[in-house]
Design a protein around this ligand. Structure first.
Ligand SMILES: [Zn+2]
Length: 358
């Protein structure tokens, strides 16, 4: 099965320039070749990507010394892609190839002269470019080519690879996961994933500044100052990403069926806007990660219906009762069962997953 993995690159300025130069090179060659193709076709000739590439290699490229400082694989792929684009056009399944504009769909493709490249983790060695980092770890991948493209001001890498689901041995069949505010996640086997300390500090600071902001008069200097401070605290999402990776890898490697809340969860959080936003952001990221990791490690995901009252239901007898956010312990009014609020919710999600798994 062919799969592609696309993820954001973490680059320094020098690397960003190198990426832009290669994308520019790719675009330059594409436009040069498309122009000549059109002229040749008008003159009644039958151009092909291969003929154009030969001519280019021997007679054009040597005139542009700047091209010799960049990877020559880039122009090989530009011709290949143009040939493929014309072939799709002649088959009637695509429009006539167009000239590329700077800043729009900037991209280029690289390979290792046909040799297999092996990637894993967050550090990748690319031919010619050298070592680059990614924000999230790649699975163990073998590939023959990579494409690097720009979206807004960020660069992304796409890796096509042959995919074989490598199902890991599971230590537990069903697991429910409650994503929280106080802790990152509580699992139905009792495992708790805490938020990183740096994250908690940032979160406290954020809460304090938001209270401060609400006291400041609109348009006042002090309000602007507070807003500036707020803008500086925000990348808290990144602090937590590593912790979320640990959580999602552990979940998908060790459990066959995982029950999670759906996005847009508990109406209970509505009163606490900040708390709600934070839990939603975590859930969103967790969901994004488990969706691809469940394929890597072979496990099944069950998302609870958004109206499923995982927090309000007794995991022992099924009784449903109100659970205000300040209540940290679930005390069942019907059967006297007592459990930590989040653990109770995760147990319900485990049961939910058991009922819906296929
Ligand atoms: Zn009960």
């Amino acid at each position: 099965m062919q799969r592609a993995f696309k993820t954001k690159l973490k680059l320094n300025n020098k690397q960003k320039t190198l990426m832009a130069q290669h994308a520019g090179y790719s675009r330059w060659v594409w436009n040069w070749a498309l122009n000549l193709w059109k002229e040749a076709a008008l003159a009644g000739l039958k151009p092909s990507a291969n003929k154009l590439k030969k001519f280019y290699t021997h007679h054009v490229k040597p005139q542009y010394t700047w091209q010799s400082t960049l990877s020559s694989r880039v122009y090989q792929f530009a011709f290949l892609h143009l040939g493929e684009a014309f072939s799709r056009f002649f088959q009637g399944i695509a429009q006539h190839p167009k000239f590329k504009k700077k800043g729009r769909n900037d991209s280029f493709t690289l390979d290792n002269c046909g040799k297999v490249m092996e990637f894993s983790g967050t550090r990748l060695k690319l031919p010619f470019i050298g070592w680059v980092s990614t924000y999230e770890p790649l699975p163990e991948i073998q590939t023959k080519r990579v494409t690097i493209s720009r979206v807004a001001n960020s660069w992304y890498i796409s890796v096509a690879y042959e995919f074989e689901s490598e199902s890991t041995p599971k230590s537990r069949e069903y697991l429910g996961v409650d994503v929280g505010v106080k802790v990152l996640a509580t699992c139905s086997d009792g495992t708790v994933f805490h938020n990183p300390r740096a994250y908690k500090q940032a979160q406290n600071k954020l809460a304090r500044l938001q209270r401060e902001l609400s006291r400041r008069q609109i348009g006042s200097n002090n309000r602007n100052k507070t807003q500036l401070k707020l803008a500086k605290v925000h990348p808290i999402a990144n602090i937590r990403k590593d912790a979320i990776h640990k959580l999602t890898s552990w979940l998908c490697k060790n459990h066959a069926v995982i029950g999670l809340e759906n996005l847009n969860v508990s109406g209970l959080l509505k009163n606490h806007k900040l708390a709600g936003a934070i839990a939603d952001a975590a859930l969103y990221e967790i969901r994004r990660q488990v969706e691809y990791k469940s394929e890597w490690y072979g496990c099944q995901l069950v998302f609870a219906d958004r109206f499923y009252p995982s927090t309000k239901t007794c995991s022992s007898c099924g009784h449903v009762q109100e659970m205000p956010l300040k209540e940290r312990v679930f005390n069942c009014e019907a059967c006297d069962y007592t459990a930590d609020r989040d653990l109770n919710a995760s147990l319900n999600l485990e049961r939910y997953a058991e009922g819906f798994s296929v």
